[in-house]
Design a protein around this ligand. Structure first.
Ligand code: ADP
Ligand code: MG
Length: 288
């Protein structure tokens, strides 16, 4: 039978939009001394707006680069993709052979051309170097930058900006007041990560992490002796959520993340991470 305090706590939690799927993990939550947040959609709103489009090839105007990129991105669920699509005012052409490259970008055929929208890390892998002051400036401003390849050549870049959630500041202050180490794990570039980390006073951050590396990073922090709670939303986050002592899916996340998680936060609010840890402490204190 389920002890009454736990049943009451679980019901209370559910009322606030904290769905506990794994009771053993909920019990472990009181011991958590490191929280790893994913950036996009948890610490930030995950609502990207396009701020700049840079042409790196005279043959392509910025509007054309944006439209071709948007065509590919209509098939992607990534928050960056949604930002790019909503920046186009006119009509968006159709895409064929769409394929996502997890943690790196997306590719498809648009108007007979092969169009790729990719991360800075992907460019480095392919040894393509955008040596352009305009790009350097976008990075230094802490923006998210993706590159557009058309028929295999680098033709442009799109810069986007997201907003830090108001609740993130309070959540981090409360966790740090309890001596809990606060970290951020993101696939986005180092400069954006640094900017968010400094804004929020995070203890550390790990940027440009590929999807398959996320679980490994969680393991490393556990190996340092930490009991780890991890938040995530994407399909790519599922292994890391499974590895964490407490895996927390944010409500707007994909089915895979939600099915793997120990706890689901319906409101995608970082303060609810604090609430789960506090509720676990309160629940299991009453039982001793
Ligand atoms: P996170 O979940 O931490 O934001 P992801 O693994 O989803 O990171 O993505 C990492 C990086 O890969 C993004 O910052 C971006 O550069 C690139 N990327 C992934 N998907 C797309 C996409 N659909 N369009 C453009 N870039 C993408
Ligand atoms: Mg993600």
């Amino acid at each position: 039978a389920v002890p009454l305090v736990i049943a009451v706590s679980t019901a209370l939690a559910a009322k606030r939009g904290l769905l506990i799927r794994n009771r053993a993990a909920f019990e472990r939550a009181r011991l958590v001394n490191a929280v790893i947040f994913d950036k996009t959609g948890t610490l930030t709103k995950g609502e990207f707006g396009v701020t700049d489009v840079v042409s790196l090839d005279e043959a392509f105007k910025p509007e054309e680069i944006l439209t071709l990129a948007a065509a590919v991105e209509t098939n992607s669920e990534h928050p960056i993709a949604r930002g790019i699509v909503s920046a186009v005012k006119g009509e968006i052409p159709a895409v064929k052979n769409f394929r996502a490259i997890p943690g790196k970008g997306a590719v498809g055929r648009v108007e007979g051309r092969k169009v790729m929208v990719v991360s800075p890390g992907y460019l480095r892998e392919k040894r393509l170097r955008p040596s352009d002051e305009r790009i350097e400036k976008l990075f230094s401003q802490g923006k998210t930058v993706v590159f557009v390849l058309i028929d295999g050549k680098l033709r442009g870049a799109i810069a986007l900006a997201d907003l830090i959630r108001e609740e993130s500041r309070e959540a981090l202050a409360r966790l740090k007041a309890r001596g809990i180490r606060c970290l951020m794990l993101t696939g986005d570039n180092r400069q954006v990560a640094k900017w968010v980390a400094e804004e929020l006073g995070l203890d550390d951050y790990i940027a440009e992490v590929l999807p398959h590396e996320k679980a490994k990073k969680v393991k490393e922090i556990q190996a340092q002796g930490f009991t780890v709670a991890m938040t995530g939303d994407g399909v790519n986050d599922a292994p890391a959520l499974a590895q964490a002592d407490v895996g927390i899916a944010i409500g707007a996340g994909t089915d895979v993340a939600v099915e793997t998680a120990d706890v689901i936060l319906v409101r995608s609010n970082p303060l609810d991470v604090v609430a789960i840890l506090e509720l676990s402490r309160a629940t299991y204190r009453k039982m001793v």
